[in-house]
Design a protein around this ligand. Structure first.
Ligand SMILES: *Cc1c(COP(=O)(O)O)cnc(C)c1O
Length: 468
């Protein structure tokens, strides 16, 4: 019943200026910047005012602040922020690949100010950026020299451009892969100025196929780890040793793009063995390229290890300057490389290796602890089950390896409109202060808990989820 004496509730909504001055709103400015918060606050208040009739109760200030925070958290443009990766893909490219070890984060903070990144403290002259990691990389791979660029795609581009600009490069048809995110070997070769000469067939390429493709215009031999797919069955891949013999006979450099390139034998962690950069060099490759943020477990970087001569040629390429790495990355990479050499330290300190080797029993226990709290938070409309899952390594490393894992399967109880309900729930999870990213599969939202280490942090968000 309308009371003529009561004022229109719309008038009691706070004015933008007053709203912006509230301490809880000011706090948001630190995260988003004042212009963004102001624009969202204006819009929120305007929409709220519009939606109200004279009979409605005005939302209280706390509720308005919560709505503002939730709108802001759904907005891009604040810079990358932490999320819970519960997708089941450990090295998830869209979620920042490797979580960094503590020591790497500390090293980056220390390098944030002025550093000797390209300064030789002994002589007081200009120094070499690569020197911060070169010795470590050489010790770990047996290489004579090493250099680092922005990512492995850059390492491949630079390698091809250095040795095969305007020249031919025979590559096996079984290795003309697309890695994802539009990185395709034929395209990158063209951009590097190299002419691709396809050799062999998709499933079988013999050393002779390479030998026959070599002519006066050949610049180098190039082998690619197919990363995210495998060819099984009637299959023949030319080994790096076989290619090295051909390359040597023709006086050509040989490079192998390893992609992930682990610096530890992954079979020691119960995974299949990935080819290692050191093995490739020992078998005769002149250069090996691999990523810093895949199985290595470090920051985004492209690592090139090889002979003194080949690495020196790469350093002389002017493109190297365009692809160079930042001081923060060098600091983090050096810190990660220092952990190698001690297997216990690796398993303990390098998150990628710790997460990949996490036992299913451990993850199941975690799921049993989280499940009832999640169920209580979601209420009777949702069913939460603990289930066994299979995680993947991701980023093209060991693509067929499935890691026994566990997690939560969340499904709406009224089975009608399931798809929409699931999408809405996933959106609520992604709008939390630390967004939770799972995957929707077979009418369920799956949260693989392999990568959940901050259990308390996740649980602390449940009240917020319940309120959303
Ligand atoms: C991942 C990958 C790349 C690209 O490496 P980025 O570090 O992502 O740039 C290139 N080649 C292979 C074989 C890969 O697996």
């Amino acid at each position: 019943m309308s009371d003529a004496a009561s004022p229109d509730p719309r008038a009691s909504l706070p004015a933008v200026d007053r709203f912006m001055a509230l301490p809880a709103v000011t706090v948001l400015e630190a995260d988003w910047g004042r212009p963004t918060v102001l624009a969202e606050a204006r819009q929120l208040l305007a929409e709220t005012r519009q939606g109200l009739t004279s009979q409605d109760r005005v939302p209280d200030t706390d509720s308005l602040i919560r709505q503002l925070a939730s709108r802001l958290s759904a907005m891009p443009g604040r810079g990358p922020r932490p999320v819970f990766n519960l997708t089941g893909t450990v090295i998830h490219t869209n979620l920042g690949r490797s979580p960094l070890p503590r020591s790497a984060i500390t090293a980056m903070m220390a390098a944030g100010g002025s550093t000797d990144v390209e300064f030789d403290l002994a002589s007081g002259r200009r120094g070499e950026r690569d020197h911060h990691v070169e010795r470590l990389l050489c010790q770990l791979t047996g290489a004579e020299a090493a250099t680092v660029v922005n990512n492995n795609a850059a390492a491949v581009l630079l390698t091809l451009n250095t040795f095969a600009d305007g020249r031919e490069v025979p590559v096996s048809r079984g290795e003309l892969v697309e890695i994802g995110g539009s990185f395709r070997i034929p395209d990158i070769m063209r951009r590097a100025g190299a002419r691709l000469i396809e050799v062999g067939t998709t499933n079988r390429t013999h050393p002779q196929d390479y030998a026959e493709a070599i002519g006066p215009d050949t610049g180098m031999l190039f082998k690619v780890h197919p990363s995210n797919y495998v060819i099984t069955g009637f299959q023949r891949e030319s080994g790096i040793g076989e290619l090295a013999a051909i390359a040597r006979a023709h006086g050509l450099p040989l490079a192998w793009d390893l992609g992930s390139g682990s610096l530890v034998d992954t079979s020691r962690f119960g995974l299949a063995r990935e080819p290692m950069p050191g093995d490739a060099l020992a078998a005769g490759a002149d250069l090996v390229t691999f990523s810093g943020d895949k199985l290595l477990g470090g920051p985004q970087a492209g690592i090139i290890v090889g002979s003194q001569e080949a690495v020196a040629a790469i350093r002389r390429n002017p493109l190297k300057r365009a692809l160079r790495v930042d001081k923060l990355i060098l600091a983090a990479l050096a810190a990660v490389l220092r952990l190698y050499g001690d297997e216990d330290a690796l398993r303990r300190e390098v998150p990628v290796l710790r997460l990949l080797t996490r036992g299913q029993a451990d993850i199941l226990r975690l799921a049993e602890r989280v499940s009832p709290q999640m169920a209580a938070c979601l209420g009777p409309d949702w069913r939460v089950d603990v289930i066994e899952l299979a995680s993947q390594i991701g980023s093209g490393a060991l693509p067929v390896a499935n890691l026994p894992s566990a997690g939560l399967a969340i499904a709406p109880v009224p089975e009608r409109g399931r798809g929409e309900a699931l999408d809405a729930l996933h959106l609520r999870l992604r709008r939390l202060p630390v967004p939770i990213i799972g995957r929707v599969q077979q009418d369920r939202l799956l949260l693989d808990l392999r990568c959940l280490e901050d259990e308390a942090g996740l649980l602390a968000q449940l009240p917020e989820l319940a309120a959303s």
